[in-house]
Design a protein around this ligand. Structure first.
Ligand SMILES: [Zn+2]
Length: 430
């Protein structure tokens, strides 16, 4: 059987417009079914809602289990692209289109790796599960969340490789690869200000709720978060400083100053977000008419938390800045999730990374400020690790195109990811 190259698989995947909403992940599942059927690999499609398909394939059998996970939905493309977001064009060593990085690139590499292993026919001492799931971009209700709640045995594994890792960075000539082992939690909150309406021509007769909210948010803009250095992040910052030749010992007081030594803005601010709770007021609504003093104003705030920061902590921090006049409601609380770096799985990923990227690279643990489907796996007791491995010489500006414009990935990185995945399987299941 001839194996189709990962860039071709990715190009095909991009052309299926699986924008969520509505998703239509069944298009990807149908494509994968044809591909896997031609290799005689056993597959299954689970569709909790019409057209919201989850595709699962299994290679080998036995109690040792490894899961490759990726999601088939993508976020809307929006305007202003330099090319058609759904053409999947391959040009000058790059594949272009929505999902190239998040997450169809990883999916293409996983598919390629599974087909390669199947065609080699080497017996596996265990089971490799590949799952291309729906709805990651909107909460996983039809995807991993559904699978874990309704048929966890379908994807239960000793550990999982998923998206969510930072792309490698270069510091002082040293290439650093990351293994994502944890994700911050969310405490999305709604703030409400109430007042008294009256005619806008005599505003002193009323109480302006919009003004109350503005004052409160202004105070929140000065939020100074408590620094919280969890062990993995401490290790990460200390190692980065060692590579930079900075010998100062790390503590809560100098954390920000040391983080400021990182030149790459995207990575620097990601690092900062790993060291504290963040608060970002992102939606505000109030008032209805120019000549009416508003009696109500609301604001939605994106709050991201670290381990040990519970609802009580979030409320007390918000209250400290907002005062008693603003009502606070935490609407969506999801605790942070973590897998350990003190495990054979982590060491396995580290050694496979060195095999494909060279012994001169450094591997470091990484915490994501955002969340992926890995949180459902970790909550179900399945350690999950996020990988953003890229080939040397990858275009580092492209990393900012995730959920943005002009998303793309270089072909060399797709091949490197596939090679990494094959090595992981060979190390763990042979
Ligand atoms: Zn994603």
């Amino acid at each position: 059987m001839v194996i189709i190259a990962p860039e071709r698989i990715l190009s095909d995947l991009i052309r299926f417009k699986t924008v969520n909403p509505p998703g239509n992940e069944n298009k990807v599942a149908g494509y994968l079914k044809e591909l896997f059927d031609s290799f005689g690999i056993s597959i299954e499609i689970l569709e909790p809602e019409k057209n919201r398909a989850n595709f699962i394939a299994r290679l080998g059998s036995g109690s040792k289990k490894l899961l490759f996970l990726s999601h088939s939905d993508v976020v809307p493309a929006g305007e202003g692209w330099n090319f058609d977001p759904f053409s999947g064009e391959i040009k000058n060593g790059v594949v272009y289109g929505r999902g190239a990085l998040d997450c169809k690139g990883l999916m293409a590499a996983q598919v390629h790796a599974v087909l390669r292993l199947a065609s080699e026919g080497a017996p596996l001492n265990g089971t490799l599960i590949f799952a291309a799931t729906a709805d990651e971009e909107r909460g996983g209700t039809c995807g991993v969340k559904y699978l874990i709640e309704n048929c966890p045995e379908k994807i239960r594994a000793d550990f999982a490789i998923n998206e969510g890792g930072e792309e490698p960075i270069f510091i002082n000539g040293q290439m650093i690869y990351f293994i994502q082992l944890g994700e911050k939690g969310t405490a999305w909150s709604t703030l409400r200000a109430r007042g008294k309406s009256c005619h806008g021509s005599i505003p002193t007769l009323g109480e302006n709720a919009v003004l109350k909210m503005i004052c409160a948010l202004n105070s929140l803009a000065g939020y100074e978060a408590e620094i919280k250095l969890i062990p993995e992040v401490s290790l990460l910052i200390r190692e980065l400083m060692r590579i930079k030749g900075i010998r100062e010992p790390l503590d809560d007081e100098n954390a920000d100053r040391l983080i400021n030594c990182i030149e790459d803005k995207g990575f620097r601010e990601t690092l900062r977000a790993m060291t504290r709770m963040t608060i970002s007021p992102n939606v505000i609504e109030g008032g209805s008419k120019t000549n009416v003093v508003p009696d109500y104003c609301s604001a939605d705030v994106d709050v991201r938390i670290l381990p040990g920061q519970d609802e009580e902590y979030v409320l007390s921090e918000l209250q400290r800045y907002l005062g008693d006049e603003i009502e606070i409601e935490i609407k969506n609380f999801l605790a942070p999730t973590f897998s350990t770096s003190q495990s054979d799985y982590y060491r396995l990923i580290e050694s496979a990374t060195k095999e494909i990227a060279g012994n001169d690279i450094t591997c470091l643990p990484h915490i994501s400020p955002g969340a992926t489907d890995s949180r459902f796996l970790r909550n179900a007791g399945i350690p999950a690790y996020g990988i953003g491995h890229m080939a040397r010489g990858f275009e580092s500006e492209a990393r900012n195109t995730v959920h943005g414009k002009n998303e793309r990935i270089d072909i060399a990185s797709l091949h490197l990811k596939s090679e990494f995945l094959v090595r992981i399987v060979k190390k763990y299941l042979s």
